[in-house]
Design a binder for this molecule. Structure first.
Ligand SMILES: [Zn+2]
Length: 438
């Protein structure tokens, strides 16, 4: 018989006694085994329904009084409903144990899970958005809603309502009903999703007021939320602590809402605070002026980039003029060949076009070795009738590089150790060869 699940009756139960009913080897790595232990009763929650498993300890007492402590590192359930506790110590069937569930982790999961029920109910009530799925993550949890989009003010509205209900301290009630009752509730619209399982069904209810009408009778307002759920929940909304919506993201036909509840919301606020303090120090302004400071920095950066580009163009003009003086033409052909280690690819391209447009019968063969592989640029004055794109592509291909371009300006990449050989070959070809037609 599968373990009796003690958390159904009391989600705050952390200490319990039980008897080991079964053990199986889970895995063995380098002579060390991990074991799965089944108990006749357990307060450990197994990973299911979007809620992660508990952790804690199982302590066995020998008749001699010796204690054997086994950490529970994972808990899951099998298809028969049995709960398996993963531990490094083998606890044999019949052993009496004391179980201890890590309360901080459990409470955190309860805060996120109950917070999700509350948010899902409010997203439906206020915006007509149904929850498609829920994920309780290590740091942040998410709800996927079947809606096109959510405005920041809609999120703020739902968040505010959720926190008002947290402050009210409404009871979170567990109700066990038959599957026929669940069907009736579903037909009436009180239950938004009908569970597929048969037999008794556990409903988690957040009432509309703190004096709810039982089973929706007696003229009381309908409950805020009725949800078929096997998870662990807080007993009062006040235990959720705080609800903080972090943001949204579009996922296919849905909108994914990230949120944090309870202690996670406090930790996130503290982390944000540290970030803002750090940014304020970086900008030397108070946090109220941070946005203006960041905006100013962006504007300044844009102006600087524009000015830098103008200066590069001016520099390229002077640089081109100097190179033309240094390399006079021979027999109606001038080849300006240079390799730069301190200029980037964009600059040598600019320089090549300035060199060939400033003087006739000129070919520029420029390379930048600032990055690996090296960039090679070939420019050719129009009236020379040489096709820079084709000549450079062929020369690069022979050296294991690649590239190409127009008849007047081409560029490509070649490994640094092939660069000189490639330039030598190309220059020799240009100086000796017949002038190919464009
Ligand atoms: Zn649930």
């Amino acid at each position: 018989m599968p373990a009796k699940r003690l958390y159904y009756a009391d989600a705050a139960l952390t200490h319990f006694t039980a008897t080991v009913t079964d053990i199986r080897e889970h895995s063995r790595i380098g002579g060390t085994s991990l074991w799965q232990v089944a108990l006749d009763r357990t307060a450990f929650y197994p990973t299911s329904g979007g809620q992660p498993h508990d952790t804690g300890e199982l302590t066995a007492m020998a008749p001699s009084g010796a204690r054997l402590e086994a950490s529970v590192v994972d808990v899951d359930e099998d298809e028969h409903g049995e709960v398996w506790h993963l531990t490094s110590k083998p606890l044999l069937a019949g052993t009496q144990i004391e179980g201890r569930v890590d309360w901080a982790r459990r409470l955190d999961h309860m805060q996120q899970h109950s917070g999700q029920h509350l948010l899902s109910a409010l997203f439906h009530q206020e915006l007509g958005a149904l929850t498609i799925s829920f994920h309780l993550g290590d740091t942040v949890s998410t709800i996927d809603l079947n809606t096109e989009s959510l405005e920041p003010k809609q999120l703020a509205h739902v968040e505010q309502l959720a926190n008002a209900i947290v402050e009210e301290g409404r009871p979170v009630i567990q109700r066990i009903v038959t599957s026929a009752d669940a069907e009736t509730l579903f037909q009436s619209g009180a239950l938004r999703k009908l569970p597929v399982r048969s037999g008794d069904i556990r409903l988690i209810v957040i009432p509309e007021t703190d004096a709810p009408g039982r089973d929706g009778e007696g003229g009381a307002k309908p409950d805020l939320d009725v949800n078929a759920c096997g998870g662990t929940h807080v007993s009062s909304t006040s235990q959720i602590g705080a609800v903080l919506i972090r943001g949204t993201e579009r996922i296919r036909q849905a909108v994914r809402v990230s949120f944090l509840c309870g202690n996670r919301a406090i930790s996130a606020a503290r982390a944000d605070d540290a970030l803002l303090t750090g940014l304020g120090r970086e900008f030397s302004v108070g946090r109220a002026d941070l946005l203006a400071a960041a905006s100013r920095l962006k504007t300044d950066a844009k102006a600087s980039a524009k000015e830098l580009q103008a200066l590069r163009e001016e520099l390229a003009n002077y640089h081109a003029a100097r190179l033309l003086v240094e390399d006079p033409p021979h027999h109606d052909l001038r080849i300006v060949r240079r390799v730069f280690s301190d200029r980037d690819a964009d600059y040598i391209k600019l320089l090549a076009s300035r060199v060939t447009s400033a003087a006739p019968h000129t070919i520029a063969l420029l390379a930048s070795t600032q990055q690996s592989p090296a960039t090679v640029v070939m420019g050719s004055s129009k009236e020379l009738g040489r096709n820079a794109g084709e000549l450079l592509r062929a020369a690069l291909a022979q050296s294991g590089g690649r590239g190409g371009g127009s008849p007047t300006l081409a560029q490509g990449l070649v490994s640094r150790d092939q660069l000189d050989r490639m330039l030598n070959g190309l220059e020799a070809l240009l100086r000796s060869g017949p002038v190919p037609a464009v």
